[in-house]
Design a protein around this ligand. Structure first.
Ligand SMILES: [Zn+2]
Ligand SMILES: [Zn+2]
Length: 410
C-alpha cells in the first residue's frame, strides 16, 4: 500500500470532517531544520505518555480482503505498555508486521465474532509470532455461540486441529509454550460484563445483533478513558446504552446496497439484506453517533476509496455532524484528555520482526519424535561440499557444537 498517496486523498476528505488536520503545524525556521509537528506517524519512533492511548487500524475493509485494505483489525496500545488486538481479520497481519512491534508484546486478541474477516489472520499471528520471537502462549478472548460448537473455544480447538501439521513439525525445534493458544470464552449475552481486568484495564462486552447469536462489542476502560470496538451488528440498543459518552467509538458503517451490487457482485435483494439486515448503513451509523455523542467516532467496514467514500460520508452526515474518521488501513489515533489526533502511518513494506526484551525460548530436545520417515530421509541429496564452509563459519560465529547439527539427523 502506498501510504503517502492514501494520506493525500484521505486528507482532502478529512478536512471536511473534523478539526483533526493532516497539515503539519509550526514553522521550519532553518533550511537545514525539520518540521516540528509531523502529520504522519512513523511506527516505532514515538513513546506513549503514561496516560496516552494509540489506536492503529490494521484492517478496515471487507471479507474479500485486498492488498490495499485488509479485513477488520484494531491494535490498541496503552501508555502502561499493554497492547490489545480487537479482531484480527484476513490480511491484517501484513499491516501489523509493518508496525515493527516485537511479537512478544502482541499476545492478546479479543474477537468480536467468528466471521473470517474478523479472525482470519489468527494463523499468521499464531505461527508467525511463534517463529519470530513470542515467548508466551497466545491468548484469545471471544464470545460463546448459540451452541457450544458455535463458540470461540470450539473454534480455537478446531483451529489447532486444522493446523496440527504446522504445530507438530515446528515443535521439533521451537518451544511448545508460545505455540499454545489460551482461550477465554464468555457468554455473548453478557451486558457490560467484565471479561478482562488486569493492570488497571477493564474490558467489558455487550451483545451485537449480526447474522447469528455470538457477535459482541467491547468496551475498554483505562484511566478514565472509554473506548468502544463494535462487533458487526444491526443498530442495537446496547450500543446506545453502553457506548454513551465514550471517548472513541469504532463502529461498522457498511457499504450502501448499490455499492455491493455494482462492485461486490451481490444480487440486488442479497445486497439490500446484507447492507441493512446484517450490517449498519451509513445513515444508521449517523443515528447511533448522533445519539451517543462520542468524543470521536470511527466508521469502517467498507472499501474506502474515491468511488465509495463520498456517498457513505454523505449518508453519515445526513444525521451526524460530530468528530468522525472514515477509517482506512494504517490510520492512527493518539488519544489524550486534551484531544484526539488522527494521522496516517508511513510504514515499510519489508519490515522484519523486531526483537523484544526476552530471548526466544528453545524447544526441549525430543519433545516430539522426528517427523521425517526413513523413506523421505533416504532421498536427501548430499550438499555438504557446497555448504560445508558456510555452516562451519556459522557454527564458529555462534559457538555451536558441530555434533548438534548433522545433515539429515533431526
Ligand atoms: Zn461479520
Ligand atoms: Zn465483518
Amino acid at each position: 500500500m502506498n501510504s503517502l498517496i492514501r494520506l493525500t486523498t484521505t486528507a482532502l476528505l478529512c478536512g471536511l470532517m473534523s478539526s483533526l488536520a493532516y497539515a503539519g503545524s509550526g514553522a521550519v525556521k532553518d533550511p537545514a531544520g525539520v518540521a516540528p509537528n509531523r502529520y504522519a506517524y512513523y511506527p516505532g519512533t514515538e513513546a506513549l505518555k503514561r496516560d496516552e492511548i494509540r489506536v492503529i487500524a490494521c484492517g478496515t475493509g471487507m471479507p474479500a480482503a485486498r492488498r490495499g485494505e485488509a479485513a477488520t483489525c484494531w491494535l490498541v496500545e496503552l501508555g502502561n505498555g499493554d497492547k490489545f488486538f480487537f479482531d484480527l481479520g484476513t490480511g491484517s497481519m501484513a499491516n501489523v508486521a509493518a508496525l515493527m512491534i516485537p511479537y512478544d508484546y502482541l499476545d492478546k486478541v479479543f474477537l468480536t465474532h467468528l466471521h473470517t474477516d474478523h479472525w482470519g489472520d489468527l494463523n499468521a499471528l499464531w505461527a508467525g509470532g511463534w517463529t519470530a520471537g513470542r515467548t508466551q502462549a497466545l491468548k484469545v478472548w471471544g464470545p460463546s455461540g448459540a451452541t457450544p460448537e458455535m463458540g470461540t473455544k470450539a473454534a480455537i480447538d478446531g483451529f489447532m486441529k486444522t493446523y496440527r501439521w504446522d504445530y507438530v513439525t515446528r515443535l521439533q525445534k521451537l518451544s511448545a509454550i508460545p505455540g499454545k493458544i489460551e482461550v477465554t470464552e464468555f457468554d455473548y449475552r453478557g451486558e457490560n460484563k467484565i471479561v478482562y481486568d488486569r493492570r488497571g484495564v477493564k474490558i467489558r462486552s455487550f451483545p451485537a445483533i449480526h447474522s447469528g447469536d455470538g457477535s459482541i462489542s467491547y468496551v475498554l476502560e483505562w484511566k478514565g478513558y472509554k473506548l468502544v470496538f463494535g462487533g458487526d451488528t444491526l443498530p442495537n440498543k446496547w450500543v446506545i446504552k453502553y457506548a454513551k459518552d465514550a471517548d472513541f467509538v469504532v463502529h461498522e458503517c457498511f457499504h450502501l446496497p448499490e455499492q455491493m451490487v455494482e462492485w461486490y457482485n451481490q444480487a440486488p435483494p442479497v445486497a439490500l439484506y446484507v447492507a441493512t439486515q446484517i450490517h449498519t448503513s451509513p445513515q444508521a451509523f449517523g443515528k447511533i453517533m448522533s445519539t451517543i455523542k462520542p468524543r470521536h467516532a470511527v466508521a469502517y467496514h467498507f472499501f474506502n476509496e474515491e468511488s465509495t467514500r463520498y456517498a457513505i460520508y454523505r449518508g453519515v452526515r445526513e444525521i451526524y455532524n460530530g468528530p468522525l474518521s472514515m477509517a482506512t488501513d494504517m490510520m492512527v489515533w493518539n488519544i489524550t484528555k486534551k484531544g484526539i489526533r488522527e494521522r496516517m502511518a508511513v510504514s515499510p513494506d519489508d519490515a522484519w520482526a523486531v526483537a523484544g526484551a526476552k530471548p526466544p525460548p528453545m524447544g526441549k530436545p525430543g519433545q516430539v519424535p522426528g517427523q521425517l520417515s526413513k523413506e523421505m530421509k533416504a532421498g536427501t541429496l548430499d550438499v555438504s561440499e557446497a555448504e560445508g564452509r558456510m555452516v562451519q563459519e556459522y557454527m564458529k560465529k555462534y559457538k555451536l557444537d558441530p555434533k548438534m547439527f548433522k545433515k539429515g539427523k533431526k
